[in-house]
Design a protein around this ligand. Structure first.
Ligand code: ATP
Ligand code: MG
Length: 281
């Protein structure tokens, strides 16, 4: 199944998140059944990222959004874990600092996008400015509602300049979130992740779903699409995200740059050096 088609939000399409099953895992029975495909995707991703880096012509921006414990960290580990750290950037967006808050909302975002040849992952993104900001009424409606256009214009400018953008909403159920909170509570290696706001935000679940639905309708474009990834099963989420990335990057038909030197001449120099090395052994 092509997840890039199935999970992609068509521009202007009204998504009802309640109708999308977060526990969906296609025809794969379990993680073991999907393992081979996941590993193959990771190998392909590594090779594709290497091409992007060597080509040094364009870049990829991956935006990850999810409710708390939605799996952003795990996805980053999975996707970036497959790539060479050289040429990769991960950028997390937290509550804006005083300096950031003194600027327009895209100020901190634009400069966080990697240059040519790089893959950047946004752990949260400029979409927080139409999500948390809207849900908690941090600005007037007139302000946040104008931001969809600003975001689309901004992303258009980026894609026109050679930055490919893919945006993933990791869709988990409210029950799955609670289950993951429990895991965090019981696992000493995860307790550090717990924050008071996790439980506060949970109370606004429905408002968030509504805000996400508007984001998906307003800001999924042909050039910078949104995907809704069923994410209750972490392994299926990894499979779907990696498959979409592979498919998308393969379609770019990236080429290694032509050597900048005359290979014949360099070949002759190599043989001379080899002979010399032999003689002095
Ligand atoms: P985890 O899922 O592991 O808890 P996290 O991404 O939630 O990681 P935190 O430090 O817990 O990281 O939270 C960052 C917080 O910053 C989130 O609550 C998010 O909504 C908030 N935030 C991000 N961007 C903005 C923004 N533009 N305005 C206000 N709050 C923001
Ligand atoms: Mg958090």
């Amino acid at each position: 199944m092509r997840y890039s088609k199935r999970f992609r939000v068509r521009p202007g399409h009204k998504v009802k998140l309640a109708d999308i099953d977060p526990g969906f895992h296609s025809t794969h029975e379990d993680e073991a059944a999907a393992k081979g495909e996941i590993v193959t995707n990771q190998e392909k991703l590594r090779a594709l990222q290497y091409r992007m880096y060597s080509e040094n012509k364009r870049s990829l921006l991956i935006c990850l959004q999810a409710m708390d414990a939605g799996g952003k960290d795990g996805t980053i580990q999975h996707v970036m874990g497959a790539m060479n750290p050289q040429g990769c950037l991960v950028q997390a967006f937290k509550t804006p600092s005083a300096e950031e808050a003194a600027h327009d909302f895209l100020w901190r975002v634009h400069k966080a996008v990697g240059g040519k040849g790089t893959v950047t992952v946004f752990n949260r993104s400029h979409y927080e400015d139409v999500l948390v900001v809207r849900v908690h009424k941090l600005v007037r409606k007139g302000v946040w509602s104008g931001r969809y256009d600003h975001i689309n214009d901004f992303e258009k400018e980026l894609t026109d300049s050679g930055t490919h953008i893919l945006k993933f909403f990791l869709h988990i159920s409210k029950e799955e979130q609670l289950f993951r909170f429990k895991e965090r509570l019981n696992d000493p290696t995860k307790q550090w992740k717990i924050s008071e706001s996790d439980y506060l935000e949970r109370e606004f679940w429905d408002d968030y779903m509504k805000a996400y639905e508007d984001v998906l309708r307003e800001c999924s474009t042909d050039a910078a699409p949104w995907f809704v990834i069923p994410s209750n099963h972490k392994w299926f989420r990894n499979l779907a995200v990696s498959q979409i990335l592979v498919e998308y990057l393969e379609a770019l038909k990236m080429e290694f740059p032509k050597p900048t030197v005359d290979l014949k001449q360099i070949g002759r120099r190599y043989h001379r050096a080899e002979k010399d090395a032999h003689r002095h052994r």
